[in-house]
Design a protein around this ligand. Structure first.
Ligand SMILES: Nc1ncnc2c1ncn2[C@@H]1O[C@H](COP(=O)(O)OP(=O)(O)O)[C@@H](O)[C@H]1O
Ligand SMILES: [Mg+2]
Length: 255
């Protein structure tokens, strides 16, 4: 057995250097943060960067935004989704709008398994090596759904790793001001790596977007906070190390 891990380049400028080359393939990575912290743009940069720079087709599962809205928004951002689709580099899947009702009413394990089966067909057809599920569970859910959603998320991630084997990013949205790492409290344990995105205040009082790598199994990643930029057509990129910031919730995570 080779002692080198097979790494997937992230497609995000500056990130591979921090990760020592890229992400170990075939595993699941969590992108977490409050609303508007660029989780969607980060995960799309991974897919589109992977497709355009490295010729690796990918699949984007848009859970909360319908196809037309998504394509229009991405186009305004400088990303031509229809073109990438026509080149066989990207596919966009939108689960049915009643997904949450279905998870509630039926066995969440069975629902997750059937979703993975349909994703697997597209993966095979496109020869996709990358997958994004954004977000991992529908956003509009109730307190009473939590237990059933944990079961759903667990099955989804484990089945993807077992049946699909693509390098996968899942996103989760944490409530503003929360010190939790994820919405349902299971996502970070299922993931091989955790990227926290946020907006921090510097000592001079201005705001910066940041990336904090909270967990990266088997990679020599130094803890550090990086400033990120967002640019139309380019997506998210690393600007450099960020110092003198006050980030209240990423170092004290309690469950
Ligand atoms: N063209 C752009 N240039 C710079 N920043 C942008 C541009 N378009 C969107 N953004 C920023 O990206 C943020 C949204 O990112 P998004 O990935 O949708 O967040 P999340 O998925 O975490 O809610 C917006 O709040 C906006 O500030
Ligand atoms: Mg989003």
């Amino acid at each position: 057995m080779s002692d080198e891990l097979d790494l997937a380049p992230t497609g995000i400028d500056g990130l591979d250097d921090i990760l020592g080359g890229g992400l170990p393939r075939g595993r699941t990575y969590l992108v977490t943060g409050e609303t508007g912290t660029c989780k969607t743009i980060f995960s799309l940069t991974f897919l589109i960067g992977g497709a355009v720079k490295h010729g690796e087709p990918g699949i984007y599962v848009s859970v909360d935004e319908d196809y037309t809205q998504f394509v229009k928004g991405a186009y305004a951002f400088g990303w031509d989704i229809e073109y990438l689709r026509s080149e066989g580099l990207l596919e966009v899947l939108t689960p049915e709008t009643e997904l949450i009702e279905k998870i509630r009413e039926k066995d969440p394990t069975a629902v997750a398994k059937s979703i993975v089966m349909s994703i697997a067909e597209y993966v095979k057809w496109l020869k996709a090596t990358r997958l994004v599920i954004d977000p991992i569970a529908p956003l509009v859910t109730l307190e009473k759904d939590v237990q059933v959603l944990r079961e759903y998320i667990r099955t989804l991630v484990l089945e993807i790793e077992k049946k699909i084997g693509a390098t996968t990013i899942i996103t989760t949205e944490i409530p503003s001001g929360s010190n939790a790492l994820s919405r349902y409290g299971v996502e970070e344990f299922l993931a091989s790596g955790v990227f926290v995105l946020g907006i921090a205040r510097t000592s001079t009082g201005d705001f910066r977007r940041f990336l904090f790598i909270r967990k990266m199994r088997w990679r020599p990643v130094e803890p550090g906070i990086y400033e990120i930029g967002v640019e139309r057509g380019r997506g998210v990129y690393i600007k450099g190390r960020l110092r003198n910031v006050h980030v209240p919730y990423i170092s004290t995570v309690m469950f």
